[in-house]
Design a protein around this ligand. Structure first.
Ligand SMILES: *[C@@H]1O[C@H](CO)[C@@H](O)[C@H](O)[C@H]1NC(C)=O
Ligand SMILES: *[C@@H]1O[C@H](CO)[C@@H](O)[C@H](O)[C@H]1NC(C)=O
Length: 448
């Protein structure tokens, strides 16, 4: 699977997902994100997890905090000047040096008591050559947040070697997309920047966090991230026994981002999101750890093994991890309608945002199945087989099948509850067209 060349797809998110799927189920990682900017701090962040009690006014942060650990000798103004490649070096103004010490001052509370956002659609954005391809979807204004992937260091040994070589000898390759500090969303849509741990040091993780969500992005004319999606990012090395423990995980990323938020380097309203793979994670134990570390929401891989998804969902609900938010008018009859109001866990519940693949062909499904690491699942293989059979029946049968599959997935997810939204991942033209059609006919309920 690692030898697959998903680069052709243009979505870098997919790239590191491939690696993640290959690595282990544990590789699925979370991201962190923020709902409201510091300026509009009034906004919609939910007061979820028990945060530090103190509530320093975020707006009182002196400008010098823009640069993490800035020192006179190396400080070079805006930390927003950022290289788009995570594997390349540090943000200007950040001297080499260290892990921040133990969290000292309690920061502002995580979220002002505010209204929880309602039903949420999020959109996977392409970067690199695919940057800007979602314009039509964005213009529907159906998406509350847009999620930008992190550049993986590599997904194969060959790519890894190439990445290392190129970072030594040349600037980041020709890339039509702006640096991540300048990725732009549809007005009003939250910007979600993925922070992969990969082979980064804690300092490098800090730098990306601060560059994405700190003051520097706007100072440099970019757009601040409202949300950080904390993922492991993974790497082929992870598959070697013993090596994984040396690599940073999404939990490290989450801890670092939470600490920077508590210390005021990024606004207190910045949300931290994480990821999960219900197809392969046995139970929601890993999600619970992420919730304890302050995650506000979780994005999942598409539920391709439906029974595995249900088992994972059930466990997450049993642990009181989820905050439900169904679209208006949805009549989810099935099972318990109990939203996780009975949250028993010490941290606040998370919003569950379930991945939707917008699969437009059997090949797409097959791709997602291997991406999600569930090629061994009979249920997942059946999905592909069904689509292939439909394709054998001609173009129309195939189109009817994919339309029905994508609609039914939404219905099923809604019917079982526990969710707060869907993460739409329309790679490719046909998938984008599908998503547009589903928004138009109402089968994909827009954010409210
Ligand atoms: C600061 O930026 C200038 C150019 O803008 C550069 O020449 C100089 O090396 C930088 N200093 C540091 C410490 O990065
Ligand atoms: C998805 O399917 C379309 C055809 O509907 C195809 O053009 C595209 O390459 C596929 N993408 C993947 C990742 O399989």
């Amino acid at each position: 699977m690692l030898s697959q060349a998903p680069a052709a797809l243009g979505s870098r998110w997919l790239l590191h997902s491939v690696a993640a799927a290959a690595a282990s189920s544990v590789a699925a990682s979370p991201a962190c994100a923020g709902l409201a900017s510091r300026r509009s701090g009034a906004a919609s962040s939910r007061g979820l997890a028990a945060g530090p009690a103190a509530t320093a006014a975020p707006s009182s942060l002196p400008p010098h905090l823009r640069n993490l650990h800035s020192s006179p000798s190396s400080s070079n103004g805006s930390s927003g000047a950022v290289t788009p490649d995570p594997s390349s070096a540090a943000i200007a103004g950040t001297p080499p040096g260290g892990d921040p010490g133990p969290a000292a001052t309690p920061g502002p509370a995580r979220g002002e008591p505010g209204t929880s956002p309602g039903w949420t659609l999020t959109l996977e954005r392409g970067i690199g050559k695919s940057y800007g391809m979602e314009a039509e979807l964005q213009a529907t204004a159906a998406f509350r947040a847009e999620v930008f992937p992190d550049l993986p260091i590599a997904t194969t040994w060959q790519n890894w070697a190439k990445a290392i070589r190129s970072s030594l000898t040349s600037p980041p390759a020709e890339d039509p997309s702006p640096p991540f500090t300048h990725y732009a969303t549809w007005p009003g849509s939250q910007k979600v920047i993925t922070v992969a741990a990969n082979l980064r040091s804690p300092l490098e993780i800090e730098q990306r966090v601060a560059a994405a969500a700190g003051d520097g992005a706007e100072a440099a004319g970019g757009q601040r991230a409202d949300v950080l999606l904390c993922v492991s990012g993974s790497h082929p090395v992870r598959t070697l026994p013993g090596v994984a423990s040396l690599l940073r995980s999404s939990l490290d990323t989450l801890r670092i981002a939470d600490r920077l938020r508590a210390r005021g380097y990024i606004p207190p309203s910045t949300q931290l999101w994480v990821v999960a793979n219900p197809n392969t994670e046995r139970g929601a134990g890993l999600l619970e750890r992420k919730a304890e570390l302050g995650a506000d929401a979780v994005l999942t891989q598409p539920p391709l093994d439906w029974m595995a998804y249900l088992a994972w969902l059930e466990d997450a609900r049993r642990r009181g991890l989820l905050k439900e938010q169904l679209p208006p008018g949805s009549s989810h009859s099935a099972s318990s309608s109990s939203s996780s109001s009975s949250s028993s866990s010490s941290s606040g519940p998370l919003r569950l945002i379930v991945g939707h693949p917008m699969a437009s062909s059997a090949a797409n499904l097959s791709f997602w199945v291997s991406l999600a690491g569930c090629g061994g699942s009979a249920a997942a293989r059946q999905l592909v087989a069904d689509a292939m059979r439909a394709e054998a029946g001609g173009k129309e049968a195939a189109a009817a099948h994919t339309a029905s599959y994508n609609n039914k997935l939404v219905e099923q997810v809604l019917a079982h509850g526990g969710v707060a939204g869907l993460h739409v991942m329309p790679i490719g033209k046909a998938s984008k067209a599908l998503a547009l059609r589903m928004l138009a006919d109402g089968s994909l309920p827009p954010s409210v």
